[in-house]
Design a protein around this ligand. Structure first.
Ligand SMILES: C[S@@+](CC[C@H](N)C(=O)[O-])C[C@H]1O[C@@H](n2cnc3c(N)ncnc32)[C@H](O)[C@@H]1O
Length: 289
């Protein structure tokens, strides 16, 4: 079979299964399995695909049409233009979360001079996509990242090695509801988190997200699923340096007012802003002391 025929067949199967982004996913499946770049794929439509490669792609399509997320099948996901390893032990990095990285980059650029050291604490690091991206983009940055899941920490460690930033990242296993017990009285220039913030009973959660992604990364108890966010934010006064520090937290579609209340309740932020995501939803809060 020729490459262009295989591409059209793959795309047709994904469209037939009613999957959104079928064209893009067909491209990713082909490029990943054949080890070609997008340009090579376009330039070699007549390339012959071996029966083994066809079988591999068929098996991927079978898993995908039964609902398994493509990132878990391929074992990777792009975030902020960088490729991250992912396994079913970690949340698949979401495009919305890129806004947290953008806010952090802008804040560091506005408040630190070139060569000046900067220290970051991330709570609930998962795949490490946020912290590793920032370490890649800010050479002066050193970071500590905490997660309760061994599986997630293994993936974060692999991602830090893959991107060559492991020497500036300390990964700590533990419960971030007691961060000081894990890090002592150390204070940071900025703290970031994309905490588990979904209420278990929320009927809007996609069935495949619920089935395949780790519950510990998704759900939190309390009113509207805000227990973990409230707890982590309440610790910020102990975690931030008293001056020129900041914190950014992602939150759910209906949580802006409550999370803003938690930020104000800390009493440490002189100003804050709520930032919207690519779809126009209020998605994160950025506070500055
Ligand atoms: C929503 S995921 C975010 C992962 C990653 N930062 C991202 O944005 O893709 C939340 C992460 O918090 C971790 N987590 C959940 N409860 C925790 C706790 N009590 N202490 C530390 N980490 C926790 C989960 O294992 C998961 O990796």
């Amino acid at each position: 079979m020729k490459l262009n025929e295989l591409f059209l067949e793959t795309r047709a199967r994904l469209i037939g299964a009613g999957l959104p982004a079928s064209e893009l996913e067909a491209e990713w499946i082909i490029d990943h399995t054949l080890g070609v770049t997008a340009i090579e794929r376009i330039q070699q439509p007549e390339r012959i695909v071996t029966p083994l490669e066809c079988e591999r792609i068929k098996s991927i399509i079978g898993r995908r049409v039964s609902g398994e997320p493509l990132a878990y099948i391929l074992g990777e996901k792009e975030f902020f233009g960088f490729k991250f390893k992912v396994t079913p032990k970690v949340l698949i990095p979401r495009p919305e979360t890129e806004h947290l990285v953008e806010c952090a980059l802008e804040w560091v650029q506005d408040n630190f001079t070139k060569g000046e050291p900067v220290e970051l604490l991330e709570l609930g690091t998962g795949s490490g996509c946020i912290v590793v991206t920032l370490l890649l983009l800010i050479p002066e940055l050193k970071a500590v990242a905490i997660d309760i899941s061994d599986g997630a920490l293994d993936v974060a460690h692999e991602n830090s090695l893959k991107h060559g930033v492991s020497d500036r990242l300390e990964l700590i296993k533990g419960d971030a509801s007691q961060t000081s017990a894990l890090i002592g009285d150390k204070k940071f220039d900025f703290v970031l988190a994309n905490p588990p913030y979904i209420e278990r009973a929320d009927a809007r959660v996609d069935a495949f997200v619920r089935k395949f992604e780790p519950a510990i990364a998704l759900f939190s108890s309390g009113l509207k699923g805000l227990e973990i966010s409230s707890n982590w934010i309440a610790q910020l006064p102990q975690l931030l340096k008293p001056q020129r520090s900041a914190a950014g937290f992602e939150f759910g579609y209906n949580q802006a007012r409550e999370v803003e209340g938690f930020f104000l309740g800390t009493g440490v932020f002189a100003k804050h802003e709520i930032v919207r995501d690519y779809s126009g939803h209020e998605r994160l809060i950025w506070g500055m002391t």
